[in-house]
Write a new protein. Structure first.
Length: 332
């Protein structure tokens, strides 16, 4: 799958990724998605992605058996070849660390490539002992703070609020990296904000990207909007915050025993897994999380629990009160 001359390259903790093709708008969208790791190099890379603007050609893969089915797509596999059908809107063909995406739908083509690249990055950082932890990663005067809230619980709202405080750094809105010494490393991706959210109206227009194709159509806050707020160095993890939503007018922050964080850390790090990465392992007939990966993630979580205090954060309906409770862990 030769890449076109118009290609973008990223280097993520030693993993080289190159994305190209004949659809420059989609290639540019992916450049923005992974802008933190953009690199100018002609060196050989580990992962290659080609975006081809055309109607998906299903004929060569008609005999492949389906191995996984989700609401969004169907995975077919045989030997080293894996094909994902995105409901007729895109077809992605993977052979080893090479991906070809055929589509006439820009949103779906970008999503297929994004899933694949993020899965490749996830496997790589696991191999080198820097697993992703699903949560909001912030850095303040006391060190790193990991906020773990169920999906849809308000991580993005808190991240946007944190960006209004000059003394607070944003390591990652969704998945900072955790190393063997209990340090949280940055893993910044653009922030996805619903158009219906109150925060959408105040976003800096020059750094907002709009995507059509899903309801409600999201706004994407690009990295340049907060690049200077992402620390270049990791932060020692000092606080693990377990958040839960409430209909109360009040917010509450209370210290918990360390054991209270064991199950959430296991769920969000040891067992947590990116969507495409999980489908790929299933397609290979392997466990959703390999034993070796589970062990590495488990050891990182034990280190985190030894060095961090654990808190419970009850998030009420008043967003500003929620922030002020969390802010106590970020200031001196």
């Amino acid at each position: 799958m030769p890449l076109s001359e118009a290609a973008e390259t990223f280097v993520v903790h030693g993993l080289g990724v190159r994305v190209g093709g004949d659809w420059p708008e989609v290639v540019e969208a992916l450049r923005r998605d992974f802008a933190w790791w953009a690199a100018e190099t002609t060196d050989p890379v580990d992962v290659e992605v080609e975006i081809r603007r055309c109607s998906p050609d299903y004929a060569p893969y008609a005999s492949l058996p389906a191995v996984a089915v989700t609401e969004r797509n169907v995975v077919y596999a045989n030997g080293g070849e894996r094909v994902v059908d995105y409901g007729g809107r895109a077809l992605s063909i993977q052979r080893n660390n090479r991906l070809l995406v055929e589509s006439e739908d820009g949103y779906t083509a970008r999503r297929a490539a994004f899933d694949f690249v993020l899965g490749a990055i996830g496997r790589h950082v696991d191999r080198i002992g820097l697993p992703r932890v699903h949560g909001l990663g912030l850095a303040g005067a006391q060190g790193g703070v990991l906020v773990m809230i169920p999906s849809g619980g308000g991580k993005t709202t808190l991240a946007l609020r944190a960006l209004r405080e000059p003394s607070v750094g944003l390591l990652s809105e969704g998945s900072p990296l955790l190393d063997a010494h209990g340090l949280l490393h940055p893993f910044p991706l653009p922030l996805w904000i619903r158009t219906t959210s109150p925060e959408a109206a105040s976003l800096p227009e020059e750094h907002v990207r709009r995507l059509d194709g899903i309801e409600p159509d999201p706004l994407i806050l690009e990295l340049p909007a907060f690049r200077d707020r992402v620390p270049d160095e990791p932060a020692p993890l000092r606080h693990i915050v377990l958040g839960r939503r409430s209909l109360s007018d009040e917010s509450r922050l209370e210290q918990l025993p360390r054991r209270a964080a064991t199950r959430p850390l296991v769920r969000e790090s040891v067992l947590g897994l990116g969507f495409f990465q999980g489908l790929e392992l299933v397609a290979r007939g392997k466990l959703p999380v390999p034993i070796g990966t589970t062990a590495i993630r488990g050891r990182r979580c034990l280190v985190a629990l030894r060095h961090a205090r654990v808190w419970g954060l009850t998030l009420g309906r008043d967003k500003e009160r929620n922030w002020h409770k969390l802010e106590q862990l970020l200031t001196s």
